[in-house]
Design a protein around this ligand. Structure first.
Ligand SMILES: Nc1ncnc2c1ncn2[C@@H]1O[C@H](COP(=O)(O)OP(=O)(O)O)[C@@H](O)[C@H]1O
Ligand SMILES: O=c1ccn([C@@H]2O[C@H](COP(=O)(O)OP(=O)(O)O)[C@@H](O)[C@H]2O)c(=O)[nH]1
Length: 226
């Protein structure tokens, strides 16, 4: 039976305007390392600042929230194509757009599959949770642009402390204030939290520099407890 790790890759990795594809390559190297150590990987690419640029412009043009989400999904799939390019032959060559397509891709001999969004009303964190459920993943790594879950948003509250572990109920409370609109869904959205809870998916929130360390079981980031 294949041992799958699902990795949600922060959209910040695809903010190409600053450093081009350098962060994409560093993530690809970690995913390749995991596959060389016997893991199969399903990666989910986030939208990042390009998705937010399109969402903001389309909102000003009067598009519906559902249309904004759909636009965000298109950008996440473009980001997924970038990660596939960086991975070369080890990656499944196309971006699954449904869970059925993900399962079909998992029947291939490629050890790494990369996808983006699925449907409006959620974020790529929900996609990662659903992918983990569908694949019976042994681990979900939420590789974000901070190194774990903090007692408060560390970007707003410098005295926030990083948590070694957090219960899913406590995490739900902690994130209850975040908006559920296209382009927001900060850290983990409501959909993903409920899916993680119902299937008790072993999950680590860490930075996108700590993906391989998290897959190896090293003590990085924040573990979600059930
Ligand atoms: N309690 C918290 N712990 C850590 N980060 C938090 C917390 N609350 C809000 N955040 C914010 O969530 C951001 C990560 O969420 P998001 O922007 O959706 O990243 P991603 O690109 O990984 O999806 C962090 O940069 C941080 O500013
Ligand atoms: O299944 C999905 C995945 C993503 N999105 C949209 O695409 C945007 C970009 O995805 P996300 O916010 O998860 O990216 P990141 O936070 O990693 O930049 C989201 O805000 C949503 O608007 C969506 O509607 N459905």
């Amino acid at each position: 039976m294949d041992r799958f790790a699902v990795v949600k890759v922060s959209g910040a990795v695809f903010d190409l305007q600053n450093r081009g594809g350098e962060m994409v390559r560093r993530v690809a190297d970690q995913l390749r390392g995991a596959s060389e150590e016997g893991w199969r990987v399903a990666a989910v690419a986030g939208g990042g600042s390009v998705a937010r640029l399109y969402i903001r412009a389309a909102r000003e043009l009067g598009a519906s929230e559902a249309a904004l989400d759909q636009l965000g999904i298109l950008i996440t799939r473009a980001n997924a194509e970038l990660l596939i390019a960086a991975l070369g032959g080890v990656a499944y060559p196309s971006v699954p757009q449904t869970l059925e397509e993900l399962l079909a891709a998992s029947a291939s001999n490629r050890s790494i599959i990369v996808m983006g969004g699925l449907q409006p009303g959620q974020s790529t964190n929900a996609v990662a949770a659903l992918a983990a459920e569908s694949l019976g993943a042994a681990l979900l790594v939420n590789a974000t642009d901070v190194d774990g879950v903090y007692t408060d948003d560390p970007r707003k509250n410098p005295s926030a402390k990083r948590l070694e572990s957090v219960g899913v109920e406590e995490l739900t409370q902690l994130l209850s204030g975040s908006e559920h609109k296209a382009g927001t869904y900060e850290l983990l959205d409501h959909v993903s939290l409920r899916i993680l809870e119902r299937s008790r998916i072993p999950t680590v929130v860490t930075s996108y520099e700590g993906i391989l360390a998290a897959i190896r079981g090293e003590k990085v980031g924040t573990r979600i407890m059930y």
